[in-house]
Design a protein around this ligand. Structure first.
Ligand code: ADP
Length: 455
């Protein structure tokens, strides 16, 4: 693919002296961009073919630890290299950095040059292929919610994370006035992403002091996940450039609402027609949509780890905060785990509200597609829509309430094992259990303050 148009354009920009740096990135298990900063000339002459990285990048945690227990990677096997293979069609400018472009890579085995199956991009591509085999294309959109803080991340860290003043003093849901005061971050964020080819729709204030939402137009699932990872990265970098901090923690304060990443999803033909809409059906939901949604509901517990990957993620599932607690679907009802949007119209879609802002979008979307595909294969019928305040529905099934439970549900998931393969599921079960083990080991400041004298 060395003759791709974006690569040809890059060569011209390099020879014109407009670009000097190429960020060569993979997406790690946490959905972060990891890689190297290439001198542009070296990239267009050599590294465009491939470069290398230590294989622990797909077996580490947020802190870059080297946990044991991964079959793919270990001290025993010497932590060798993976190949990073640039997908030259993903070359795009990073206009908030001078003279810099980026490219996303697929991660390949060093010897076989096959894609590493537990690489997040590979996992999503596999589900997209399974869906294509059924004749469908998934269009998805992931909303990005996050909090902005007055001080920079470096100041906050040096204060021991005590100086956490949100950028605004009040709930700014849909506020034009308050969000004007945040345009030092949000305007360059929207404009730079748009210039990078990411179809930003809008940003808005969210339902808490300092909380923002960024919306990107729905796209093919892989593009959507690429957009999400790059937009999240850009948010942190642009906030840093402006002396602010952004957090995508799902719940940074138990007294405030958490941040979500809702996933809107619909299926289409490869000719660009939605197969979710049937004007004659109840709510306008076609049979295809009903089967797909039934799969999402039935397998929501299996998918929960991929929607809530950390201990902290589960603190967001709290009644009365707009975050769901129950596995139900409802028509345009924000208390439900799944919300039907665009009822009886061509824009009909299902919004999964379970995911927090801390998702890895590739894994979260892949798990949703796997659940939906199973619903299609087994022609499942959804349970009826739930009405009213779903938080109060004692008869409705709860979202797994802890990481421990979600990890064990993932471990036992026949559906995900069939869809993703045992090696992939075992890899992420290990990641989940490692998060739990670390938390179980660490004495928190909460415990010390609570019990120091009183226990
Ligand atoms: P909300 O009421 O949740 O704020 P919005 O109208 O802002 O919903 O839309 C949320 C997201 O849904 C947007 O990113 C939009 O591009 C996406 N979207 C719209 N139509 C579809 C569709 N048919 N399939 C998937 N996503 C869609």
């Amino acid at each position: 693919m060395s003759d791709s148009q974006p690569f040809e354009d890059l060569k011209q920009q390099v020879s014109a002296g407009k670009v000097d740096t190429v960020l060569v990135c993979l997406v790690d298990m946490q959905g972060r961009l990891m890689g190297k900063r290439f001198q542009a000339t070296n990239f267009i002459e050599h590294a465009f073919e491939e470069t290398h990285c230590c294989n622990y990048l797909l077996a580490t945690d947020l802190e870059m630890a080297t946990p044991d227990g991964y079959a793919a990677t270990s001290w025993e096997s010497g932590y060798g290299d993976y190949v990073m293979k640039p997908d030259l069609n993903t070359i795009r400018p990073m206009p908030w950095l001078d003279g810099t472009v980026m490219v996303l890579c697929d991660v390949l085995d060093h010897h076989s040059h096959e894609e590493v199956p537990h690489s997040p991009r590979a996992i999503l591509k596999a589900q997209v292929r399974r869906l294509a085999d059924l004749g469908y294309v998934a269009k998805t959109a992931t909303e990005l919610e996050f909090f902005l803080f007055e001080k920079s991340v470096d100041e906050i860290r040096k204060s021991g994370f005590s100086q956490l003043e949100p950028i605004s003093g009040y709930n700014e849901d849909y506020h034009i006035l308050q969000t004007t005061k945040e345009e030092d971050v949000m305007r360059p964020l929207r404009n730079h992403l748009f210039a990078a080819g990411i179809p930003v729709e809008n940003s808005k204030g969210e339902a808490e002091a300092g909380q923002e939402e960024l919306n990107i137009r729905f796209a093919d699932a892989l593009d959507c996940a690429d957009y999400h990872s790059i937009a999240k990265h850009a948010t942190k970098e642009i906030a840093w450039q402006q002396g602010r901090a952004a957090t995508f923690l799902a719940k940074w304060d138990h007294n405030r609402v958490g941040s979500s990443s809702h996933i809107h999803q619909s299926l289409w033909t490869d000719k660009g027609e939605s197969v979710f809409f049937d004007a004659d059906a109840e709510h306008g939901m076609s049979d295809v949509m009903q089967h797909y949604v039934a799969g999402l509901i039935k397998y929501a517990p299996d998918c929960t780890y991929f929607l809530a990957p950390y201990i902290n993620s589960y603190k967001r599932f709290s009644a009365g905060t707009f975050a769901p607690t129950k596995i139900t679907w409802s028509v345009d009802n924000r208390t439900s785990g799944f919300r039907l949007c665009g009822e009886a119209s061509k824009a009909i879609r299902m919004e999964c509200r379970i995911g927090g802002s801390d998702i890895n979008p590739y894994l979260a979307i892949a798990a949703q597609l796997a659940a939906g595909i199973k619903g299609l294969q087994d022609k499942l019928k959804p349970v009826p829509a739930t009405q009213g305040d779903v938080y109060k529905r004692a008869d409705a099934k709860s979202i797994p309430p802890t990481l421990r439970e979600a990890a064990e549900t993932l471990q036992k998931s026949k559906m995900l094992r069939e869809a993703m393969g045992d090696d992939v599921v075992d890899h992420y079960v290990r990641a989940a259990r490692w998060e739990q083990e670390e938390f179980d080991r660490i004495v928190t400041s909460y415990e010390v303050a609570r019990g120091f004298e009183k226990a």
